[in-house]
Design a protein around this ligand. Structure first.
Ligand code: NAD
Length: 313
């Protein structure tokens, strides 16, 4: 395959590029190093890829580059570039979300119209469910995004559906549920918790800690993306959860075991846009993609801990 990976310097994008290269594919990665978190972390994600002779990196904004020549030599698009993060999506920052999540997706889809693509994989999010009345969340469950971020991810998911129906762009949207592991973004809970453990600092917990999340280890997500690329039905949407739904409070004993230090918890008020629960039904992905996540949280957190120690050494 000749793959285009957007957001290639990010957490999930850089892991995906590595796996695609290991599987013998040609990969062009694009990323514009948005300032949402430190450029050094993204450069660290990219470093092992840059020496690979089947990898080419383009340091450009999707909104500013002429896409047609790039698309002409692509047969598979993995569109992961986005402005991530629920809490930062309010107020004046929303325009960053509309630009990087909606406009950029629309530009890529437009550029895909005339190209005989094999697949256009879009990284959607559990945030599209928002305060979903059903648990587990199924692909057919009602969608009530609860944050501006969720609205922007759902808008791009709808665009994927529209470009499939109207122009036959072979889109498959994947709703990721809280991805973690080495390389995780610094604004995400596990990264912040493990960094605090390393520094002996306190951990801010929003709400009473009874909220639940379906945690998905990075290697499982990458396997799900590759399975969707092979077997995903065009125009469809699939949940990729980790089968590790946990109350936040149950993570603290695991942190203590891994780091050898009792976490110091600071309770803070619930943040706007945070939903009480996420819980994926992965039945459809299991049946149609053969998706089968198998990394338990204890094991995955341990891998992330090793990475955090090296990152902040
Ligand atoms: P990330 O922030 O680490 O990676 C996204 C990358 O996209 C960044 O490196 C950024 O510089 C780049 N980017 C943003 N706008 C761009 C543009 N206009 N042009 C070029 N590059 C641009 O985020 P991540 O955690 O790796 O998430 C990857 C994708 O998965 C995103 O689409 C996100 O919405 C989705 N997702 C992630 C999670 C998760 O738990 N990490 C959960 C659900 C969905």
């Amino acid at each position: 395959m000749k793959c285009l990976v957007t957001g290639a310097a990010g957490f999930i994008g850089s892991h995906l590029c590595r796996r695609l290269l290991e599987e013998g594919e040609d990969v062009v990665g694009i990323d514009c190093f948005t300032d949402y978190y430190a450029r050094e972390i993204k450069e660290g994600n990219l470093r092992p890829l840059l020496s690979h002779n089947r990898f080419q990196f383009i340091d450009q904004d999707i909104n500013g580059i002429e896409l047609s020549p790039l698309m002409a030599s692509t047969d598979t698009v993995f569109h992961l570039a986005a402005q991530a993060g629920v809490r930062a999506s309010w107020g004046v920052h929303f325009s960053i979300y509309t630009r990087n999540n909606i406009d950029a997706s629309q530009r890529l889809l437009e550029a895909s119209r005339e190209i005989p693509l094999h697949k256009f994989i879009y990284a959607s999010s559990s945030s599209v469910y928002g305060t979903c009345p059903e648990l587990p969340m199924r692909e057919s469950s009602p969608l009530h995004p609860y944050s501006p971020y969720g609205v922007s991810k759902l808008a791009a998911e709808h665009l994927c559906g529209l470009y499939f129906q109207n122009y036959g762009v072979p889109t498959v949207s994947l709703r990721f549920f809280t991805v973690y592991g080495p390389g995780q973004r610094p604004d995400m809970a596990f990264h912040k918790f493990l960094k605090a453990q390393l520094e002996g600092a306190s951990i801010s917990v929003y709400g009473d800690g009874t909220q639940t999340r379906d945690f998905t280890y990075i290697d499982d997500i990458i396997s799900g993306i590759l399975a969707a690329c092979k077997r995903g039905k065009l125009g469809e949407v699939y949940n990729l959860g980790g089968g590790n739904r946990k109350k936040l409070n149950t993570i603290f004993p695991i942190l203590e075991k891994i780091s050898g230090k009792r976490p110091i918890i600071d309770r803070e008020t619930t943040q706007k846009g945070d939903v009480p629960h996420t819980f994926a039904s992965i039945e459809k992905a299991q049946l149609e993609l053969g998706y089968s996540p198998n990394v338990p949280v204890e094991e995955g957190l341990n891998e992330e801990w090793r990475w955090i120690k090296a990152l902040y050494a």
